[in-house]
Design a protein around this ligand. Structure first.
Ligand SMILES: [Zn+2]
Length: 249
């Protein structure tokens, strides 16, 4: 696998490119939707695939399995960004859910995702603050705080803390039990640990949608065709409108 320093530098380069600093949580969903020529698809992809990065003819489709928890989806999307920006030789990559037997390319993308979502400096700041408050070791409570701050799954959080030498393997194992309950008891919202609700788990964003709108506006397609394209892309919310159910702006 590539040197961690290189992957950390790549993550910080991508953050800079998108205008994010090295401290705040990065909103990967919004970032990917804004990329030129990239279509982002959320879809329940079953139990074996976490995501995919399909590059062809100047445009790219990035897909993420919406059956995974929100934290895992964010991680998977950050992982796909490594394929998008740095795996130039490969046309299409389907990423397995399974952690066993991962290739070097997959492991590098995972490490990049960890650095993109949890920049080294920001993680250290948070840990220092926790320790300054009198915690000599990181507890489940402090780990919940960290994963909520960075918007990652418990699994991604403890793997990173283990890499940084902040927790032991047995602590990591213990902390991965009763994840939702531990966060709920501390008063946190638990959507980070849950999959996308079924009525929203199939959606297409970005390039495809913009192209459909452009085709309609230029008169290249009829309204009927445009709506058909959007419905094919699971965007009935655009066709039928969801303003009525929207919240207060
Ligand atoms: Zn991958």
């Amino acid at each position: 696998m590539l040197d961690r320093m290189i992957l950390s530098n790549r993550a910080s380069h991508v953050r800079k490119r998108i205008g994010a600093d090295n401290v705040s949580q990065v909103d990967v969903f919004t970032l990917v939707c804004a990329l030129e020529n990239v279509t982002f698809v959320k879809y329940p992809l079953g139990h074996k695939i976490s995501g995919a990065c399909l590059k062809c003819n100047g445009s790219t489709v990035i897909a993420v399995n919406s059956s995974m928890s929100l934290g895992r989806q964010r991680f998977s999307l950050a992982h796909e960004l490594h394929h998008y920006y740095y795996d130039e030789d490969t046309g299409s990559i389907i990423c397995p859910m399974d952690l066993v037997g991962r290739s070097k390319v997959e492991r590098a993308a995972n490490q990049f995702a960890s650095y993109l979502l949890m920049p080294q400096a920001a993680l250290y700041n948070e840990i220092l603050e926790i320790k300054a408050a009198g915690n000599r070791r990181l507890t489940v409570e402090t780990v919940v705080k960290l994963e909520q701050y960075f918007g990652v799954s418990r699994h991604a959080m403890v793997i990173r803390l283990q890499q940084e030498g902040e927790i032991s393997e047995s602590e990591a194992e213990r902390m991965q039990k009763g994840v939702i309950r531990s966060a709920a008891r501390l008063g946190y919202d638990t959507s980070l640990y849950k999959p996308t609700p079924e009525n929203e788990n199939k959606r297409t964003y970005g390039h495809y949608i913009k192209q459909a709108v452009k085709a309609l506006q230029s008169g290249a397609v009829s309204t009927g065709k445009y709506e058909e394209w959007l419905l094919d892309a699971f965007r009935d919310d655009i066709v039928y409108g969801e303003e009525v159910e929207g919240g207060i702006d």
